[in-house]
Every structure is written in structure tokens, then in C-alpha cells.
Design a protein around this ligand. Structure first.
Ligand code: CMC
Length: 393
């Protein structure tokens, strides 16, 4: 074991080779399969980008039509599955329910579990892309007690997700295209981010040859944490807290710098991006647009702006190269679209879904793949002798 190197948080250890996503953290570059994120966000639909991540190329019109048709054919959830959602408390966090729901898909669709059978893996890919939006919409409906809606294959992927989440029977047949378009772009921006915490989790679980549902549901668990995807919900809570407590932005930033109560500036900082997060830049542009058109909570947006300006000109943040990340503005946008804050991280999960699937597929197709098994540096006791219970003090 003399060769073991300690690397907490894997700041310096590559766990795999990958052809999917390229990041240059110093230059603020993010590319999926070679294509700059800005070009994809400006010109593609989320399903096109999902195809690109999963199959390696942008689809021609025929391939995209086929991919979309396959996904639409499977959007219904098994009827029995609905009772699953009602077995959790209505106020249970959507991420916990989503994690369980995705893991549970392995029981309903157990003919799609073998990662070494390409037909099964392809069907599992389709089922995840098809059913997870339905599931998230059901979870949102369950929280409010409003009736569930069945999927409508005549609508686009993102439009129908919004309809299922907010729509009522015989009502709301028109979905605001501004919201559909913005949400679709947000999904694209979240679709992959190489070996982040949740994706590494998906790969680690997949490396034991566990099925794709087990791996992706583990990714959802990792994503839920406030240092990862949960940051989008935490940012809005932070902005609300600043507004309600009456502390000035300057004071709040000082508390962060003093590391008082270990408060962090949520939505700031990134392990890899040290100049700017290219996703945050696109999101900021979208946020200006969405808030103007939808009239979101401008007070919170103003606090966010002031926080960003204050932090970006403060030595603490400058020296540590801390910048707004993708989660800084997304919560405000989701909120303006009408999503309650507990639904923010499930939206991130839906966006990240094709990335997790693509990474799982790359992993199981790699003949050099071994089970993931980090080593450790043991710091506990040397050998000691067992003592009978009565003699222990
Ligand atoms: N507010 C205040 N100080 C910070 C922050 C922050 N948001 N982020 C990092 N620092 C400080 C940190 O305390 C440390 O200071 P010092 O050198 O004095 O000990 C220094 O900056 C380096 O930070 P680190 O903790 O070594 O950085 P990391 O690469 O381990 O962590 C991070 C990256 C994203 C977890 C962290 O920046 C963070 O906790 N940010 C807030 C949560 C957040 O917004 N997460 C979303 C990340 S992007 C999208 C996603 O993954 O979901």
C-alpha cells in the first residue's frame, strides 16, 4: 500500500477517460462532444442535445424524429406506480421521492436491466428520458393535492412537462412559449458536466454492474446536496433570508467572509471554473429576459445582483477565484416560472438526466472498465485486544 496517494475530494485524480464533455476551467469553456455550450443553448432543443450526449453526434432530422417518437411512446407510467407517490408524505422532499421512484423503475421495467445487452440499455435509456418528466410532474402535483394529468404526445417534451406540472383538467391548454423555451435552454445548460459529484456517483455505482436505474437514482441522491444541485434551492432560501432578516447585503457578505456559522455564499464558487462559469453567463442573459417578460420577484433578483456585485469586487472572493455558478440565477428563474423552491433541484435532475445516462453508457461500454474502489489512508488504532463487556470502562 506504499503507492496509495491521499486526495480528499478527488481534486487531482482522474477516475476515467471520457469523450463526452470538455471543460477548461481557467478559460470558462464547456463543450458537449466538442460543441460549445453557447451554440447548443442558442440553437438546439433539449432532446437534440440529449441525443448528442447519448449517441455522440447531433441527430439528422430523421434520427431526431425517431428518438422523439420512441420517447413519446413511453411517457406513461405504470398505473400501479401512481400509488407509490401517494405512499410518501405530501410534504416529503421531491428529491427523496424522485430518487426512490427512479430506483423503483427497475422493478417495473426489469426486462431492461442488463447493461451488456444493447437493446435493453437502449430501451432503459428511452424509458428514463420518457418517464422521469412524468414522475417529476406527478411529484409536484402530489405536493399540492391537485389531479395528475396524463402525458400528451402531441406536445414537445418540455412543453408537456410544464403542462403536466401545472395544468388542470380542461384548463391551461396553452403553455407560454417563453417559459417552454427558457426551461428547454436551462435543461441544455445542465445536461452534462463531466465528472461532478453526481456523475461520479452514477459511474461508481455502475462500475459494480448495477443497473442504470440504480446508478441514476444514486446520482439523484448526490445531486440533492446543497453543495451540488441543491444549491439552486439554497440560493433562493439565502436571498429570502437576507430580505426578511433585514441584514444588508454588505453585512451578509461580511458574515460569509468571517466564516461565521459556516455560512457560504450559495451559488458561488466552483471546483473547476476559476474565472467564470459559462453556464451562469447564459443563465444570467436568460434571467434578464424571463424576469422582464414574466415579471418575477424583482426584489430577490435585485438582492442577487447586489450580492454578485459586492462579492465580485471583494478581495476575499477575488483571491479565491469565486464567481457566480449556474445555480446562482436559476432559482429566481424557476420561481418566476411558477415552480415552488422544492422543485428546483428536480429540474436540475431532469436536465442532467441525459448526461448521467451517457456517462453510464460510456462506462459499461469500456472494456478497460474496472469496479470503482478507492483506497484509504488508515488513521485508526493499531491492533488491540478484545476485552469482556463487564471489564470495559
Ligand atoms: N462562499 C464563501 N467561501 C467559499 C465559497 C462560497 N460559496 N466557496 C468556496 N469558498 C472558500 C472556501 O471556504 C475556501 O476558503 P479558504 O481557502 O479560506 O479555506 C476557498 O474558497 C476554496 O474553496 P473550497 O471549499 O476548497 O472549494 P471546493 O472546490 O472544494 O468547493 C464548491 C467547490 C462549489 C463546493 C464551493 O465553492 C461551495 O460550497 N459553493 C457553494 C455551494 C454551491 O453554489 N454549489 C454549486 C456548485 S456549481 C453547480 C453544481 O455542482 O451543482
Amino acid at each position: 500500500t506504499g503507492t496509495v496517494t491521499l486526495d480528499p475530494g478527488f481534486t487531482n485524480t482522474a477516475s476515467c477517460e471520457s469523450e463526452i464533455t470538455y471543460i477548461d476551467g481557467d478559460a470558462g469553456i464547456l463543450r458537449y462532444r466538442g460543441y460549445p455550450i453557447e451554440q447548443l443553448a442558442a440553437n438546439c432543443s433539449f432532446l437534440e442535445v440529449a441525443y448528442l450526449l447519448i449517441y455522440g453526434e447531433l441527430p439528422d432530422p430523421e434520427s431526431l424524429a425517431l428518438f422523439t417518437r420512441r420517447i413519446k411512446r413511453h411517457t406513461l407510467l405504470h398505473e400501479d406506480f401512481k400509488s407509490f407517490f401517494t405512499s410518501f408524505p405530501a410534504g416529503g422532499h421531491p428529491m427523496s421521492i424522485l430518487q426512490s421512484g427512479i430506483a423503483g423503475m427497475a422493478t417495473y421495467y426489469d426486462h431492461t436491466l442488463d447493461p451488456q445487452d444493447p437493446a435493453q440499455l437502449d430501451l432503459a435509456t428511452t424509458l428514463l428520458m420518457s418517464k422521469v418528466p412524468t414522475m417529476i410532474a406527478y411529484i409536484a402535483k402530489r405536493a399540492t393535492g391537485l389531479p395528475l394529468l396524463y402525458p400528451d404526445a402531441s406536445r414537445s417534451y418540455t412543453e408537456d412537462f410544464i403542462r403536466m406540472t401545472f395544468g388542470l383538467p380542461y384548463q391551461m391548454q396553452e403553455i407560454d412559449p417563453t417559459i417552454v423555451n427558457a426551461l428547454d435552454k436551462l435543461f441544455i445548460l445542465h445536461a452534462d458536466h463531466e465528472q461532478n459529484c453526481s456523475t461520479s456517483t452514477v459511474r461508481l455505482v455502475g462500475s459494480s454492474q448495477a443497473n442504470v436505474y440504480a446508478a441514476v437514482s444514486s446520482g439523484v441522491g448526490a445531486l440533492s446536496g446543497p453543495l451540488h444541485g441543491g444549491a439552486n434551492e439554497a440560493v433562493l432560501a439565502m436571498l429570502g433570508q437576507i430580505r426578511d432578516s433585514g441584514v444588508s447585503v454588505q453585512e451578509y457578505v461580511s458574515q460569509v467572509k468571517d466564516k461565521k456559522n459556516s455560512v457560504k455564499l450559495m451559488g458561488f464558487g466552483h471546483r473547476v471554473y476559476k474565472n467564470f462559469d459559462p453556464r451562469a453567463q447564459v443563465v444570467k442573459g436568460l434571467a434578464d429576459d424571463i424576469l422582464e417578460r414574466l415579471g418575477g420577484d424583482n426584489q430577490l433578483f435585485d438582492i442577487a445582483q447586489e450580492l454578485a456585485d459586492t462579492a465580485l469586487s471583494d478581495d476575499y472572493f477575488v483571491e479565491r477565484k469565486l464567481y457566480p455558478n449556474v445555480d446562482f440565477y436559476t432559482g429566481i428563474m424557476y420561481s418566476a416560472m411558477g415552480f415552488p423552491s422544492q422543485m428546483f433541484t428536480p429540474l436540475f435532475a431532469l436536465g442532467r438526466l441525459p448526461g448521467w445516462i451517457a456517462q453510464y453508457r460510456e462506462l459499461v461500454a469500456d472494456p478497460a472498465q474496472k469496479i470503482g474502489r478507492p483506497r484509504q489512508v488508515y488513521t485508526g488504532h493499531d491492533e488491540r485486544q478484545w476485552v469482556p463487556r463487564i471489564e470495559r470502562t
